[in-house]
Design a binder for this molecule. Structure first.
Ligand SMILES: Nc1ncnc2c1ncn2[C@@H]1O[C@H](COP(=O)(O)OP(=O)(O)OP(=O)(O)O)[C@@H](O)[C@H]1O
Length: 296
C-alpha cells in the first residue's frame, strides 16, 4: 500500500494544552479522503502538521514519503488550502496566478488560466472584492495548479451556499479525475463528503475511531433493532459501535463482516451520516470504542 500520510503518536501542544495528542493514522494514496469529527477533535491541527505549517511537539508524520515542510521538493508535493480559503485581499486573480508561478516549481499556468476562464472569474478583480465562493474557487485553483501529489483542504466549503458548495466539489472532483490527485478534505458536512469522498476517517479527541473505504465501511455496518437485550451477549464477530435502549427495545450499530442470522433483530443498512454519528456520539457508546480499520 502506498501511503499518502503516516502519523505515529503524533502530537502538538500549546503550552500545557494538547491540540492533538498521540494520533496514529495511515492514509493510503490515491483516494479522496473525508476527515470528519467534532469541534476541537484536532482535525485542523492534523492537517496543518501534514502541510508543514505546524511542527509536531511529539511523534512523527510523513506525507508523500517525506517530512512536511522539509525543503522545496516536499513543499511542491503537497498543496494546502487552509480554513477560510486564504487569499491575498489586495491582489487580483492574475497577480495570484503570477505569484503561484513564482513560488511553485511545477506550476501549471495553462491549467490555472483554463480554470479561471471556465469559472468566469475576472483576472483583474481583487480577491478582497470577490464572493466567498469565488475566493474558494481561486484558492482551489492555486492548490491544483501547483500540481501537488496530495491536496489538503481544511473545511473549504464551510462558508459557501449550497450551490457554490456543489460547484466547488464538482470542480474538485474534475481535478481529481484529470490530474491523478490525492485529496484529504475536512468537513462537517457529511452529505458533501458522501458525494465527494471514497475514504473516510472519523477523528474524535485526537484518536481515529474508524478509517476505511466508504463502500466497505457502509457494507460492514448495520443497524439492529429488536427486543431489549444486553449488547455484551452478541456473537464475537459483531463489534458494537453504539447502543441505545428504551424499556423494551434495543437499537445497535454494529460492525461485522459476518451475516446476521438472529431472527430477533430487524437489520437495516446505514448511510454515511448514521455511521459518522455512531462513532462521534459518546451517548451511544457501550464500552471502549474499537479503533477499526477495514482491511483490504
Ligand atoms: N493556536 C492554538 N492555541 C491553543 N490551543 C489551540 C490552538 N489551536 C488549536 N487549539 C486547541 O486544540 C484543539 C484542537 O483544535 P483544532 O482546530 O485542531 O480542532 P478541529 O477538529 O479542527 O475543530 P473544528 O471542527 O472546530 O475546526 C482545540 O481544543 C483547540 O482549542
Amino acid at each position: 500500500m502506498t501511503t499518502a500520510l503516516r502519523a505515529r503518536a503524533l502530537g502538538r501542544s500549546y503550552g500545557r494544552r494538547w491540540a492533538l495528542r498521540d494520533c496514529t493514522l495511515d492514509i493510503p494514496a490515491g483516494h479522496v479522503v473525508g476527515l470528519v469529527g467534532p469541534n476541537g477533535a484536532g482535525k485542523s491541527t492534523l492537517l496543518n502538521l501534514a502541510a508543514g505549517t505546524l511542527a509536531p511537539t511529539a511523534g512523527t508524520i510523513e506525507v508523500c514519503g517525506g517530512r512536511p515542510g522539509d525543503g522545496p521538493g516536499q513543499l511542491a508535493k503537497v498543496g494546502f488550502v487552509a480554513q477560510d480559503t486564504p487569499v491575498y485581499a489586495g491582489l487580483s486573480v492574475e497577480e495570484h496566478l503570477r505569484l503561484g508561478a513564482r513560488l511553485n516549481p511545477a506550476w501549471d499556468g495553462a491549467l490555472a488560466r483554463e480554470r479561471i476562464a471556465r469559472l468566469g472569474l475576472d483576472g483583474a478583480q481583487r480577491a478582497g472584492r470577490m464572493s466567498g465562493g469565488q475566493r474558494a474557487q481561486l484558492a482551489l485553483t492555486l492548490g491544483i495548479a501547483k500540481r501537488p501529489e496530495l491536496l489538503i483542504l481544511d473545511e473549504p466549503v464551510a462558508a459557501l451556499d449550497p450551490l457554490a458548495r456543489r460547484d466547488f466539489l464538482q470542480s474538485l472532483m474534475e481535478a481529481v479525475a484529470e490530474h491523478d490527485l490525492g485529496v484529504v478534505l475536512s468537513s462537517h458536512l457529511v452529505s458533501d463528503l458522501e458525494r465527494s469522498c471514497d475514504y473516510l476517517i472519523v477523528l474524535v479527541d485526537s484518536r481515529v475511531q474508524v478509517a476505511g473505504e466508504v463502500d466497505e465501511l457502509l457494507a460492514a455496518h448495520h443497524r439492529l433493532t429488536g427486543p431489549r437485550r444486553d449488547p455484551a451477549r452478541l456473537p464475537a464477530g459483531q463489534h458494537v459501535v453504539s447502543a441505545r435502549h428504551t424499556d423494551r427495545q434495543t437499537t445497535l450499530i454494529v460492525r461485522t463482516e459476518d451475516p446476521i442470522h438472529d431472527p430477533a433483530w430487524s437489520v437495516s443498512g446505514l448511510d454515511l451520516e448514521d455511521l459518522v454519528l455512531a462513532y462521534m456520539d459518546p451517548q451511544g457508546e457501550t464500552g471502549p470504542r474499537p479503533t477499526l480499520e477495514v482491511r483490504r
